[in-house]
Design a binder for this molecule. Structure first.
Ligand code: SAM
Ligand code: SF4
Length: 477
């Protein structure tokens, strides 16, 4: 291995720098006018995405009453677009070799305390089998940036994961969080059948970006990363996830960066990102966190609510980096996907034992919510959510521009609720503890009662019966 990545560093045809620092700062320096704030909330609640400038108006609202109105608007739009389902997934760290030296990450190349490891084929099978046996259906594979983890390797790993069966289950959707690729690389990975390709810009603020990503590393190239998902679209992947790592620079600037990124993708490809992630910086091996930009819980809840309003149709992902209590709170403001039962040390699903322990030298960063999948699902059910493992849309080609056609006229409600219910029931029948099943019964009942389309309801009941009484699985609309 020569330590070089095989990339041609050609940006996509329409590559532009859509992050206008001066304009962002100008927007953020304005005083919020309550009338305007309310107009903007109303615009979003009527299912319209917001502009960068409108999002800044919400960010500038600091009066407690206005903040509460923003959160109430977020709750309402979440209920309208997503109903009461929460999609569940698990991360699977494949390898932590890395050529970059991101100052905030435990995997950075200069961290000699990190235990470097890449899972072998057999180990991948063991990890995936364990995940399937706990009930997972959706994974995100996570990679450091290293020549070992080239596009062919990622594609082969995806195919391997899809081929693994255990009991009545298998993984039905594999997402990726890895370094940006060139177009040829994305094509290869896309052909392996991935769901979402996720890349976080970390910070949209160029000066900060340069400080924390040494310029002589691949990741030091801001534009290569900013343009990373546009290349993915050009290569045919229309299902992408953007994100920013909160705590590196002013959180309000990062929210504008995310919204500007989403708007840019809509302008160029007529389709925004499928998901947005907004992880907060966590302690990591040998990392000195700079306190200056760390985001407190009150600010974090505002981030979630404002993003929900800004991009009503984009999935919002919240990970186990956050505590169980905070996850529970912000779920209501707009989060649509969470991970659960996550182990981020490499090999952790089989090697850590049942009692989850933190082992910072083996992890990229520390997790705050280390409950099991079943515990998380029980709490979701107790709070009235349907735990969903649904993978129907991407398997039926309802992604990208096409997906938007379905989303906008309200198809989500007709398709997603019954699909979420069927996948939730599969979990209850095949994997849940008795107390989790008991908690889910009420949600199942209430969901069926709330279905107004009689034909769809009857078909859903039919599918549920088959799941309960036969070995038939993986049924969806
Ligand atoms: N190496 C690839 C990359 O950098 O794009 C894959 C992603 S990395 C394994 C996953 C993400 O973890 C990063 O994009 C970053 O946002 C996040 N991350 C890194 N260090 C972190 C920390 N200390 N706390 C929270 N999240 C962190
Ligand atoms: Fe490597 Fe990604 Fe960590 Fe940066 S964030 S050091 S690229 S694994």
């Amino acid at each position: 291995m020569n330590g070089k990545l095989n990339l041609d560093f050609t940006l996509s045809k329409g590559a532009t720098d859509f992050i206008n620092d001066t304009l962002f700062h100008e927007y953020l320096g304005r005083k919020a006018n309550p009338v305007r704030v309310r107009e903007i909330i109303a615009k979003s609640v009527s299912k319209n995405a917001l502009t960068v400038e409108e999002t800044a108006v919400l960010l500038n609202a600091t009066e407690p009453d206005l903040i509460e109105e923003i959160k109430e608007g977020a709750r309402e739009i979440k209920r309208k677009v997503y109903g009461n389902r929460i999609v569940l997934f698990a991360p699977l760290y494949i390898g932590n070799e890395c050529v970059n030296d991101c100052t905030y990450c435990g995997f950075r190349t200069s961290n000699h305390d990190a235990h470097r490891r890449t899972l072998h084929t057999k180990e991948i099978t063991e990890q995936v089998t364990k995940l399937v046996d706990t009930g997972h259906k959706r994974l995100i594979l996570v990679f450091g940036e290293h020549p070992l983890y080239n596009a062919q390797y990622i594609a082969d790993t995806v195919k391997q994961v899809y081929s693994i069966k255990s009991g009545k289950g298998e993984i039905r959707r594999v997402n990726i969080n890895a370094a940006p690729l060139d177009c040829a690389g994305y094509k290869l990975v896309h052909e392996s059948g991935i769901g979402t390709y996720q890349i976080f810009q970390e910070t949209y603020h160029k000066e900060t970006y340069a400080k924390i990503h040494p310029h002589n590393t691949v990741k030091g190239d801001y534009m290569w990363r900013l343009d990373g998902l546009s290349r993915a679209y050009e290569a045919g992947c229309d299902d992408v996830g953007i994100g920013a790592l909160f705590g590196l620079y002013d959180w309000r600037f990062e929210v504008l960066g995310l919204v500007a990124h989403a708007c840019h993708l809509v302008d160029r490809f007529h389709c925004g990102p499928h998901t947005i992630s907004f992880p907060r910086l966590r302690p990591a091996s040998g990392v000195q966190l700079d306190e200056k930009w760390l985001v407190n819980d009150a600010e974090f809840t505002r981030i979630v609510a404002i993003l929900r309003l800004a991009v009503p149709y984009t999935g919002l992902i919240l990970t186990c980096r956050e505590s169980a209590d905070l996850r529970r709170e912000v779920m209501a403001y707009g989060v649509s996907q969470i991970d659960a039962g996550s182990r981020i040390e490499i090999g952790g699903y089989t090697e850590a034992g049942d009692a989850q322990q933190q082992c910072i030298e083996k992890e990229q960063f520390e997790l705050a919510d280390i409950r099991s999948l079943d515990q998380v699902i029980r709490e979701l059910a107790q709070d009235g959510y349907i735990p969903s493992f649904c993978t129907a849309c991407y398997r039926l080609g309802r992604t990208g521009e096409h997906f938007m056609e379905f989303a906008i006229p309200g198809f989500i409600e007709k398709l997603c609720t019954p699909n979420a219910l069927c996948s939730g029931i599969e979990y209850m029948v095949d994997y849940a503890k008795p107390e989790t099943k008991a908690a889910f019964e009420k949600v199942e009942q209430a969901t069926l009662e709330s279905m107004t389309d009689g034909v769809r309801k009857a078909k859903t009941i039919e599918k549920i019966k088959l799941i309960r009484e036969t070995d038939q699985r993986d049924m969806y609309f």
